[in-house]
Design a protein around this ligand. Structure first.
Ligand code: CUK
Ligand code: CUA
Length: 641
């Protein structure tokens, strides 16, 4: 009953009917019921637009979803690693190559961490990157077209949980390996893991003009599990930090095996030094198979290339490049504050947060004050690099984000809360519950030198009673907190799609003005485009039939197609001749076992149909495009073979 009342209250609050009631004063009850001022804060009136974009990873959906802040409205799902019938991504001939890997066609992944490109440590809004955790990949998505433009597979790795964090001028996007594996892969006993498996950390450069990715080198680290990572920024630009666990190198991670060590490490990698070493001819080329898939905006077509080689670096051969910082209790999150001074390693089995100091780390390295080594990599002394400890009072710290005023916000999975604390004094300022069991949190720009600290979004692992029940499975829940004041205020709940692990956000004005509206037909370089309706035609080449088709409200040209036989392979190459914003046409034909196509103005997309039965079969437009949408149809006559 109580829950139902709150539901009604939230609805009324959003419609502002309660604004004058004055019956709530911003106090939260135990389940986070809100004040009417909270309703005003998230209310974006019809026709108005949000202040921020938020890009939430889709986890096992393999995609990236786009939301508005503070409204929590979902604007778009961008297909990245998964086939997506809504647009035909991964089904059309143009987009299938994007999902190619060295394991063949892998039409899904587990997408974890998006990160927006930066210039001088500030968000520049050119691209957003996201990793695939399962078949290790990194994708680059254009923030002008909101389409996936590139996917690179990461060889010698298994489970890329460290990505997709980028250096402050988008020089590199890095990948790690959650599972160490034999490098190169080979048949060997699992219990010979220790000392034999390797952890590859990959540095993938991003071309400044067009964003093209290139795997420059891999650092072959000891066989630990490599978890989250973060670039240095400001004073620590040039370094990259990775949390590790299972430094015991157990091959079975039942708790007894992998949590024996009181401290695991944060691995500090001086990538500038390794870059220099590689430029001077250092490193060893190794055979490796990995796919590199690129989508061209002008040909509207993806191509997949198999790469055969990778440059590997043994960290012990580059003195001064790699160090270990002892960090308690299986650290997970690895976050660097906006100044680049503090490196926060959240030990997920601990209550306290460990904060390392970059300056102290450099001093210890220069003084060569080491506490032994692991596989030839120097271990720094814990006390020598420790900046401070946050006595949080929470349990299970995971991830930390920052505002522009020297405050940090850390999520606690076990105690289900966000804790705000002060950098430098380490004192806790505020704590608010989350509903429930929060993973990551996101402040727009919270991963850069210039955070926009107005809202934080908490992404929760467990939903339970937050929404009307939908059977055993509930969508994950996210919560928006207003963090503009001293105390955080929970202002909204919204359901997400898939499992959002992390998110990236930016001010609306960074992206909205340059968001592409149409593809120009005159610039369409697709090899099967039909630029003039007069070129629409059917061409047979043996058993392959190519149909060059154009669309405009509201007909297909050609719309009556004869001469097709059972056993033919029919390619529908459909060019949308519309040149108005937001007028796609769809295409589908009976018995099609791939998906429909959605063709945007000026674009060409191709679908294959292999007719199995003699007859006269209809096709139609799947996107309601005009008053005559229902008239947008045609027939294919299929004759015996
Ligand atoms: S995460 Cu990927 S297991 Cu803590 Cu970044 Cu959710
Ligand atoms: Cu075109 Cu409906």
């Amino acid at each position: 009953m109580k829950k139902y009342k709150h539901y009604v209250f939230a609805l009324l609050g959003v419609s502002l009917l309660l604004a004058g009631c004055g019956n709530q004063t911003g106090k939260s009850s135990s389940n986070g019921a809100l004040s009417s001022s909270a309703a005003e804060k998230v209310y974006v009136a019809p026709g108005e637009q949000d202040e921020y974009y938020a890009f939430l990873s889709g986890g096992y959906s393999g995609n990236l979803t786009v939301y508005g802040l503070p409204s929590g409205r979902m604007f778009k799902e961008i297909p990245v690693f998964s086939q997506f019938p809504t647009s035909g991504y991964g089904y059309s001939e143009e987009t299938k190559p994007m999902l190619n890997t060295s394991f063949g066609f892998v039409p899904w992944d587990d997408a974890h961490h998006p990160d927006i490109s930066q210039t001088n440590g500030e968000l520049d809004g050119r691209w957003i990157f996201i990793n695939g955790n399962n078949t290790p990949r990194i994708a680059r998505i254009s923030l002008s077209t909101f389409e996936t433009e590139e996917i690179i597979e990461v060889p010698n790795s298994a489970g890329n949980h460290s990505s997709s964090f980028i250096t402050e001028n988008t020089e590199y996007v890095v990948a790690g390996t959650r599972f160490s594996v034999p490098v190169p892969q080979r048949d060997m006993p699992i219990n010979e893991y220790k000392g034999n498996f390797k952890g590859a950390l990959s540095f993938i450069s991003v071309a400044p003009d067009n964003g093209r990715l290139n795997l420059e080198f891999q650092v072959l680290m000891p066989g630990f599990n490599y978890d989250l990572s973060h670039p240095g920024r400001g004073k620590s630009h040039g370094w990259f930090f990775f949390t590790t666990y299972n430094t015991e190198e157990a091959n079975s991670l039942m708790e007894v095996n992998s949590s024996q060590n009181d401290k695991d490490f944060i691995a500090a990698i001086n990538w500038k030094k390794i870059e220099e070493y590689v430029k001077n001819g250092g490193g060893t080329k190794m055979p490796a198979n990995y796919a590199h898939n690129v989508y061209d905006e002008h040909t509207h077509t993806g191509t997949s290339t198999m790469k055969k080689e990778v440059l590997t670096v043994d960290p012990t051969e580059v003195p001064g490049a790699v160090f270990f910082l002892p960090t308690p209790k299986s650290p997970h999150g690895c976050d660097v504050d906006p100044t680049g001074q503090y490196i926060i390693g959240n030990g997920k089995l601990s209550a306290d947060l460990t904060v390392h100091s970059f300056d102290k780390m450099i001093a210890a390295i220069e003084g060569e004050k080491f506490d032994g080594e692991a596989y030839g990599i120097p271990i720094l002394k814990f006390e020598d690099v420790l900046a401070g400890t946050v006595k949080s009072g929470g349990l299970g710290p995971l991830h930390t984000e920052f505002d522009a005023n020297g405050n940090a916000y850390t999520t606690f999975f076990i105690s289900s809360e966000v804790v705000k604390w002060k950098l430098g004094t380490w004192e806790v300022i505020d704590r608010k519950p989350t509903f429930y069991s929060v993973g990551h949190l996101m402040i727009p720009g919270g991963n850069s030198r210039k955070p926009f600290g107005k809202y934080v979004v908490a992404m929760n692992k467990i939903t339970k009673d937050r929404y009307l029940p939908t059977g055993p499975e509930m969508e994950h829940s996210a919560q928006i907190y207003d963090i503009s004041g001293e105390k955080m205020e929970l202002i909204y709940d919204f359901p997400t799609h898939g499992e959002p692990h992390y998110a990236a956000g930016c001010p609306a004005e960074l992206l909205a003005p340059k968001s592409k509206k149409i593809y120009r037909l005159s610039e369409n370089k697709h090899e099967f485009a039909t630029i003039s309706p007069n070129d629409a035609r059917v061409e047979r080449n043996g058993k392959e039939v190519h149909i060059y088709m154009s669309t405009i409200r509201s007909h297909f040209t050609p719309d009556n197609i004869e001469g097709i036989k059972v056993g033919d392979k029919v390619y529908f190459h459909i060019t949308n001749h519309e040149q108005d914003f937001d007028v796609p046409h769809g295409f589908s034909i009976i018995g099609q076992n791939t998906s429909e196509l959605l063709v945007m103005p000026g674009q060409t997309k191709t679908s294959i149909w292999e007719p199995k039965q003699v007859g006269v079969w209809p096709f139609y437009c799947t996107d309601f495009c005009s008053a005559l949408h229902q008239e947008m149809q045609g027939y294919v006559r299929v004759s015996p073979a």
